[in-house]
Design a protein around this ligand. Structure first.
Ligand SMILES: Nc1ncnc2c1ncn2[C@@H]1O[C@H](COP(=O)(O)OP(=O)(O)OP(=O)(O)O)[C@@H](O)[C@H]1O
Length: 255
């Protein structure tokens, strides 16, 4: 594949936060993303599902502008931020300095503390990252994303490494932040229930493209006991090639 740099830095105006057309990304001549089209509307919460290795993180990295070795057209807002499964805090910088890392100018500590307060972490502003719990470190990582005031928030399995209770709290926090901020969110997750609890729309990636998508038109807060929720879960699991779930939590993950 001929490779060329294409800066995905064009601001998108109007109702769409992201417009991707004919996106292709190959490694060693093998396309992982293969003429993919995707539109995300401003303010919409979208979950991206797909089997392991199907290219979800690759797509997220392209949207984040971290990978420009692509073909096709990628239009994203200038203000975007990404949080990964691992919080990626610099251990030699205090939490508040981590939050401000990479921002233009010389923003004040108060700017970091405002974002830390939003994620319930103001009291750990002066702490060293190694003294944070997993959930706290993930919240610091979210604060670092929020301080950028993103129009597009990209989340790559941000809850994947958290224990069950911390995970539920982190999900609730993201839902609140999204409702308050009104930014578009693209959440990569393996967890169908997580997608159905949080998102407006679910996408399933397969064979290098968005192979299936469905609106999640359920009132919030959502309940796994709702028959409409269960029907969507069954449909998504089928799309993911996963057998009907057992009743125990944590078994609704794509392989
Ligand atoms: N830098 C790279 N060099 C070579 N191959 C890569 C690179 N990054 C990703 N790949 C390959 O691209 C494919 C898609 O990887 P990606 O991480 O996007 O999948 P994923 O859907 O996010 O998987 P998972 O759900 O397991 O995180 C994989 O086969 C992976 O090995």
């Amino acid at each position: 594949m001929a490779t060329h740099l294409q800066g995905p830095v064009t601001p998108v105006n109007g109702a769409d936060a992201v417009r991707v057309t004919g996106l292709t990304r190959a490694f060693g001549g093998q396309p992982v993303i293969d003429h993919l089209d995707l539109t995300l509307r401003a303010g919409e919460f979208t979950a991206l599902l797909g089997r392991s290795g199907c290219g979800k993180s690759t797509l997220l990295r392209v949207l984040a502008g971290l990978d420009r070795d692509i073909e096709g057209s990628v239009l994203v807002p200038k203000r975007r931020a990404v949080a990964f499964q691992s919080p990626r805090l610099m251990p030699w910088k205090r939490v508040w300095r981590n939050v401000l890392l990479g921002l233009d100018g010389k923003p004040d500590r108060a700017v970091a503390e405002e974002a830390l307060a939003e994620v319930g972490l103001a009291h750990r502003s002066g702490a060293w990252p190694k003294t944070l719990s997993g959930g706290e470190a993930q919240r610091a990582s979210l604060a670092r994303a929020l301080v950028r005031e993103p129009d597009l928030l990209l989340l790559d399995e941000p809850f994947g490494a958290l224990d069950a209770l911390t995970r539920i709290k982190a999900q609730q926090l993201v839902a609140e932040l999204w409702q308050r901020r009104g930014c578009a969110v693209l959440l990569v997750t393996h967890d169908v229930e997580e997608a159905l609890l949080l998102a407006d729309r679910a996408l399933v990636m397969r064979d290098g493209v968005i192979a299936y998508e469905t609106p999640i038109a359920l009132d919030r807060p959502r309940s796994v006991g709702d028959p409409a929720f269960a029907a969507l879960r069954t449909r998504l699991l089928t799309e993911l090639g996963v057998d009907e779930p057992a009743a125990t939590p944590g078994t609704n993950r794509a392989a």
